[in-house]
Design a protein around this ligand. Structure first.
Ligand SMILES: *Cc1c(COP(=O)(O)O)cnc(C)c1O
Length: 469
């Protein structure tokens, strides 16, 4: 080795001077300077690794997505859009935002993408505030039938600020298109929203568009729950049927907290009253109408996630998500559970637990005490409050990402049933669960979590789910 080589060697930085070095140092500093917060974050990582998350809205962001979200880029202040900012120093962010937009367009085969919305809800609000005036009518899916708060629920600003009309389900638990058409004819909404938070079947986007066209309404497809399946080709895409498509990025897209607004064939269609194009209208509606600065770290993480979901690896996971969901639905039905609509087309399974003598909240809590995470959910015609609920909602995103396959679903259904069939309801919110069942299922869950670690995450010592029933 020459003297020069030796010098360069000794002078080489001890750590990577790029983002990896910053992240490593940042984590060490966090542990050192704020041990309380660090240990809480460690607890959370252990909890995520050691529980079976079947919460339908949850998924697992690849570690690279988490890294991008936490990059130094967060320091950049940038109102406006790439090439038209209101602050200096945005050159690199411009490139990153353009990359995220490009990847969103590729992933969804879209002509327009806005990656600045802070959440799925913010994306929906931007769309409404762009298209509607206060008091205008939205026709959306009823919350209890599976719609989202932002689809016109009285609890949300979308139900207070606009006139909200809701459609529901037919006798088989599917969207009642006849009712959608009749309500549209009667109320002449400016906007019709399709897409849901708790609906295990595929909406007929074409039919929705025909109904929207018949009354001159804009069709919004909110695919927050199924966006990953859409990218992977496991679910029909609404991009060219809906005027505007919105989604959260942290659910099935495995991205950061955030939202996306997308358009296909109608990107250059006229806005309300023929003013401007939808493209121009939405750009303004996100900024400056509804938001100030974007979240640069989140935009970088969206770029990363939008690339990840187009990989063959994710396409395979998406297939597993649907097959796992179909399989666990079938297994639960075999065990005597009332599975709504008799099964599923997507990642989601809804179970009426009142029919099994339970409430949603008790089922959720009993399962959580054993390390299985689901969520209580109201079901069509529910007589219980939202905090109790008669159903539970399961989703297979996280399990499939961990590598659990359809062949594992019989065992997962058995674990669910072991807990649920052993619960004794004391009141709508109180229950008892035999300690032996708790011990057995908790340890089975730990074994499963060890066998299927979260890919790319470290494997910490698994936490005891030792809370007594
Ligand atoms: C989760 C969800 C949203 C809201 O997304 P956030 O990012 O949590 O604000 C909107 N619409 C539907 C259908 C959802 O499921």
């Amino acid at each position: 080795m020459s003297r020069g080589d030796q010098l360069r060697r000794t002078h080489r930085a001890p750590v990577d001077r790029g983002p990896a070095g910053l992240a490593a140092r940042a984590i060490a500093e966090l542990a050192d300077e704020d041990p309380l917060l660090y240990s809480l974050l460690a607890d959370d990582l252990r909890a995520q690794s050691g529980t079976l998350a079947m919460v339908a809205s949850s998924s697992l962001a690849p570690a690279s997505v988490l890294a991008a979200a936490g990059a130094a880029l967060s320091n950049v202040t940038a109102e406006g859009y790439p090439g038209a900012r209101f602050h200096a120093g945005c050159g690199v962010l411009d490139e990153i935002e353009r990359l995220a937009i490009e990847r969103a367009k590729i992933a969804f085969d879209a002509k327009y993408a806005n990656v600045q919305a802070h959440s799925g809800s913010s994306a929906n609000l931007a769309v409404y505030f762009g298209l509607l005036k206060p008091g205008d009518t939205i026709l959306g899916m009823d919350l209890d039938c599976g719609g989202h708060l932002t689809h016109g629920s009285p609890a949300s600003i979308t139900g207070k600020y606009f006139t909200s009309v809701s459609y529901g389900l037919d006798g088989t638990g599917r969207i009642d298109y006849q009712q959608v058409a009749e309500l549209a004819e009667e109320h002449r909404p400016k906007v019709i929203v399709c897409g849901a938070s708790a609906y295990p079947r595929t909406p007929d986007f074409k039919r929705f568009r025909e109904i929207a066209d018949s009354v001159g309404a804009y069709l919004i497809a909110d695919i927050s729950h199924v966006a990953g399946l859409v990218v992977a080709g496991e679910h029909p895409s609404p991009i060219d049927f809906a005027h505007i498509t919105t989604t959260s990025t942290y659910k099935q897209l495995c991205g950061p907290r955030g939202g996306l607004i997308l358009m296909g064939a109608d990107a250059d269609a006229p806005g309300p009253g023929g003013r401007g194009t939808l493209r121009k209208l939405l750009q303004r509606s996100v900024f400056p109408v509804g938001q100030g600065t974007p979240n640069p770290g989140s935009i970088a993480a969206k770029a990363r996630a939008l690339q990840y979901v187009t990989t063959p690896e994710f396409r395979w996971v998406a297939k597993m998500i649907v097959l796992d969901a179909k399989m666990i639905a079938a297994q639960l039905a075999d065990l005597g559970y009332q599975v709504l609509t008799g099964g599923t087309d997507n990642h989601m399974v809804l179970v009426n637990v009142l029919a099994s003598g339970l409430t949603g909240v008790v089922a959720e809590q009993a399962l959580e005490s054993c390390g299985i995470l689901v969520n209580k959910n109201r079901i069509p015609g529910d007589v219980k409050s939202a905090l109790i609920g008669s159903g539970i909602r399961l989703g297979m995103n996280s399990l499939a990402l961990r590598g659990l396959a359809p062949a594992d679903m019989g065992y997962c259904a058995e674990l669910l049933d072991t807990v649920l069939s052993a619960v004794t309801l004391v009141s709508d919110t109180e229950y008892t669960l035999p300690e032996s069942v708790h011990r057995h299922v908790s340890s089975a869950v730990e074994d499963l979590c060890r066998a299927y670690p979260v890919p790319g995450y470290p494997i910490p010592g698994l936490q005891e789910h030792s809370r007594a029933s």
